[in-house]
Design a protein around this ligand. Structure first.
Ligand code: 3PG
Ligand code: MG
Length: 410
């Protein structure tokens, strides 16, 4: 049982709201995409309109990465999106941060600095231990409640995600609530059910495939992207050195054996590409699987047209499609066709669910719209599809409340 904003008496309450506004950053340090900020507007405006005093907690990038940096641009953009002033303080749990939080009035909002500026936030803890980290121990005393809306980071058991709800009452925000509603009840969606597994998150995708095939949740799995390349190699196809080297460099070589075990066990439900597109003389060139390997230096960059026709036929009869990851290197105009057409066909399926923050922004750019649900989470959505409980969601569970609700016959 998880409490939501419906269970929170917001007025005059100081609420720490963990959001996931981790965004692509342009070379000049500005936000390159604000989709993740827009996703949290409902939760934040509701809290502010109901008279909450809101302290926003979030991370941006990973230590050492080019996109690691301050949340100051995020605060500016949130102010535009919310249509009200949003303060920013370059502190997360120090005296300056606590003062900024304490001085909030009803309906005020402050963005605290990137939680990952502090080393403990990039470690994973169980909730009790997380509650004793510097961030939680120092900030929790100025908070009356904690709202977690950061579904896209809910697969991490980092302090800002799991530590607070053990010491202050925890609630799911509106994004978290809707993601859990949709992704937590996949087994109730109409059949036949098709999973499209693309992109480059190969180990996660193979986990999902095992899980949904074993539980008989999937009628077909359509492979695309790097995931498909691993399955093709597992099936004995010679994709050439350029594709194999990439898989090896990513550390995914062992996944070929797992893909091969999956094909042995469930090959009749796993669809592999029939052709691929390579870069030849600077243009897209499609090769049937039986015409492989490609020429020296050519890599499989997209699925080809006969694969698309084959996948589109399967999607025509589907009741539900769940998609994760692009079909090819969609950033390159020559290789966006697979992603555009495959996702386009998926919009015609009665229930269509898309996982992955990066995929979602790609689709917007390609003008492909009309899905039943587009998840804010990539890794988090994949982990939910394997039915693993996400640590940040478990941390919000209130076993005591669930029991008393049952006692009351609710
Ligand atoms: C994401 O963008 O995947 C989430 O914000 C989590 O970030 P992380 O993968 O760096 O933990
Ligand atoms: Mg990630």
């Amino acid at each position: 049982m998880i409490d939501t904003l419906d269970d929170l008496d917001v007025e005059g309450t100081t609420v720490g709201v963990r959001v996931d506004i981790n965004s692509p950053i342009a070379d000049d340090g500005s936000l390159a995409d604000d989709a993740r900020l827009r996703a949290h507007v409902d939760t934040l405006s509701e809290l502010l309109e109901r008279g909450g005093r809101v302290a926003v907690l979030a991370h941006q990038g990973r230590p050492g990465g080019d996109d690691f940096g301050s949340l100051s641009p995020h605060a500016d953009r949130l102010s535009d999106l919310l249509g009200r002033p949003v303060d920013y303080v370059d502190a997360t749990f120090s005296q300056a941060a606590r003062d900024a939080v304490r001085s909030l009035d009803d309906g005020d909002c402050v963005v605290l600095e990137n939680t990952r500026f502090y080393s403990e936030e990039y470690m994973e803890f169980d909730p009790d231990r997380a509650a004793r980290t510097q961030l939680v121990a120092n900030l929790a005393p100025v908070l009356d409640a904690y709202v977690n809306d950061a579904f896209a980071a809910a697969h991490r058991s980092q302090p800002s995600l799991v530590g607070f709800p053990t010491v202050v009452p925890g609630y799911a925000g509106r994004v978290m609530e809707s993601e859990l509603d949709v992704l937590g009840s996949i087994e109730e969606t109409p059949e036949p059910r098709i999973y499209v597994l693309g992109g480059a998150k190969v180990p996660d995708s193979i986990d999902v495939a095992w899980s949904v095939l074993e539980k008989d949740l999937a009628d077909h799995i359509l492979t695309a992207g790097v995931v498909a390349n691993v399955f093709l190699i597992a099936d004995g196809v010679d994709l050439g050195d350029a594709s194999s080297d990439f898989i090896y460099e990513q550390g995914y070589w062992d996944e070929i054996d797992r893909a091969s075990d999956l094909l042995d066990a469930y090959g009749d439900r796993i669809a592999l590409p029939r052709d691929v597109a390579v870069d030849r003389d600077d243009s897209r060139h499609e090769l049937g699987v039986n015409a492989l390997p490609p020429q020296e230096g050519e890599a499989a960059m997209d699925i080809g047209s006969s694969t698309l026709a084959y996948y589109e036929r399967l999607l025509e009869d589907a009741g539900t499609v769940i998609l994760n990851g692009p079909a090819g290197v969609f950033e390159d105009d020559r290789f966006e066709l697979g992603t555009r057409r495959l996702y386009g066909a998926a919009t015609g399926v009665p229930t269509s669910i898309v996982g992955g923050g990066d995929t979602a922004s790609a689709l917007r750019r390609l003008g492909v719209e009309g899905f039943s649900h587009v998840s804010t989470g990539g890794g988090a959505a994949l982990q939910m599809l394997t039915a693993d409980q996400l640590p940040a969601v478990s941390a919000l569970e209130r076993p005591g409340d669930a029991a008393s609700d049952l006692d009351n016959g609710h």
